[in-house]
Design a binder for this molecule. Structure first.
Ligand code: ZN
Length: 165
């Protein structure tokens, strides 16, 4: 008997599942999320290498020292890389196809992840200059940024973000 003539060996059972969990943000992440709740993107700077981490964990992973200060970066930046999602899945809140990518806010060294909208999918590209579209009601969650849209500025030069891919 060939493989194609075999009877199925299993049964697929579809069941709803649910996973409840609590996230403890910690001190640095709490500062970041409180900033988001006020419509601000806050970074913290490493005193050794000078990198500005948005969504800082409170220390620099390269130098192992505590990050310092609160640095507000603009809610505007460069789309450094992205993917186009063409596959639907349960719980999806936007229609396919859509673009999801890394946005490097001006002055930051770590990108944020976000949706890119208000642009035809075929025009989404590396270097696209984008700005945040904030939700009507803000909270301590990245859902406060609904998505990122083009600013209309010329594309960023690759050299300005090549080390942040
Ligand atoms: Zn550092």
């Amino acid at each position: 008997m060939s493989v194609t003539e075999e009877e199925p060996q299993g049964t697929i059972v579809e069941r709803p599942i649910r996973l409840d969990y609590d996230y403890t943000a910690g001190t640095a992440q709490s500062r970041f999320l409180k900033g988001i709740a006020q419509g601000k993107i806050l970074g913290e700077k490493c005193p050794v290498c000078g990198k500005v981490y948005v969504g800082s964990r409170g220390s620099c992973p390269t130098d192992g020292v505590a990050t310092e200060g609160e640095i507000e970066v603009p809610s505007k930046g460069t789309l450094t890389t992205f993917c186009v999602v063409n596959v639907q899945f349960a719980g999806q809140s936007v229609e396919v196809p859509y673009a999801s990518g890394y946005i490097l806010c001006d002055g930051a060294d770590i990108p944020l992840m976000g949706l890119v909208q208000e642009v035809p999918i075929e025009e989404v590209r590396m270097g696209l200059r984008v700005e945040a579209v904030w939700a009507d009601e803000l909270g301590p969650t990245l859902n406060s940024i609904k998505y990122w849209k083009p600013t209309g500025e010329p594309d960023a030069d690759y050299e300005t973000y090549r080390h942040h891919l």
